[in-house]
Write a protein of this length. Structure first.
Length: 284
């Protein structure tokens, strides 16, 4: 993308958050935060589409992920991710919208609902205060299944295909290299700090749904929940519980998508986000 620009944000504690920015810098802003174990490249073109539509979209690597810094104290609590979001949001000339998937959505809930009113609107992608433990455990099992990494990108692609059998296995693996890093031993490992999942200060917010529901009530801005219809993390029952807490929220259920909504059905996902933002924060 010719419009893509690398950006950096100092969030304190010696940590730098890295992102890709699209669209006019003085346009209404949108911050996109990926899920745990992913990188900013997980959005499948959504940030670029928002930039092309006239917004200033920034997709960020969470702390300990991608090109962002690893916390020296291994603080990967949801509160730490939320503080980073607040620091990034404050660099925008006016409050941005925030799109958060899974862990990025939890950070958004805690940032806007507990820490500071930094957002103009919130999109939560396949995350809600109440989730299905089996789906959450399946994610953790996948993330911890190969601690020694992979001998090749092909081997990593096979692991992903086993985890997401509904997606066609890509023939071109160049995109996959953005989500892995090659070590001095030649093996490929996921592009995140291993302590993110093993540290005592790892994300545990899904174990406290009451706290998350209080944060949801306190958001105070237009809110959209996007669920993957085949998700094993956010069931329809979970989504309805969300809407009972926030009956004014919008809700989109994306067919043909699982937990990784943006990757499974990027066209439908992007359309839903653009329509929502055009309603609640029109460009003109």
């Amino acid at each position: 993308m010719r419009d893509q620009r690398r950006v950096h944000f100092d969030v304190g504690g010696g940590l730098t958050i890295v992102g890709d920015a699209y669209g006019p810098a003085d346009a209404p802003g949108v911050i996109l935060l990926h899920g745990g174990g992913q990188t900013r490249h997980a959005w499948g073109g959504t940030a670029a589409a928002l930039g092309a539509a006239g917004r200033h979209a920034v997709s960020c690597d969470l702390r300990g992920h991608g090109d962002s810094g690893w916390d020296p104290e291994a603080d990967y609590s949801v509160d730490a991710f939320a503080r980073d979001l607040c620091a990034v949001a404050r660099t925008f000339p006016r409050k941005p919208a925030v799109v958060g998937a899974s862990l990025g959505g939890l950070a958004t809930l805690i940032a806007q609902g507990e820490q500071a009113p930094i957002a103009s609107a919130v999109v939560l992608v396949d995350i809600a205060p109440r989730t299905d433990p089996g789906g959450v455990q399946r994610i953790i099992s996948f993330m911890t299944a190969n601690p020694d990494g992979f001998a090749s990108l092909d081997e990593a692609a096979d692991a992903i295909a086993g985890y997401m059998p509904h997606r066609p296995r890509p023939r071109d693996l160049s995109g996959l290299s953005k989500n892995l890093r090659r070590g001095a031993d030649g093996r490929w490992r996921w592009h995140w700090d291993p302590r993110f999942i093993s540290s005592g200060r790892r994300p545990t917010a899904t174990q406290d749904p009451e706290r998350l529901e209080r944060a949801l009530v306190a958001l105070g801005v237009p809110t959209l929940l996007v669920r993957g219809r085949a998700s094993d993390v956010v069931s329809e029952e979970n989504a309805q519980a969300f809407l009972r807490v926030r009956p004014d929220a919008r809700y989109v259920d994306v067919s043909g998508a699982g937990h990784m909504v943006a990757g499974d059905r990027n066209d439908a996902f992007t359309d839903a986000v653009v329509r929502f933002l055009d309603e609640v924060d029109p460009l003109r």
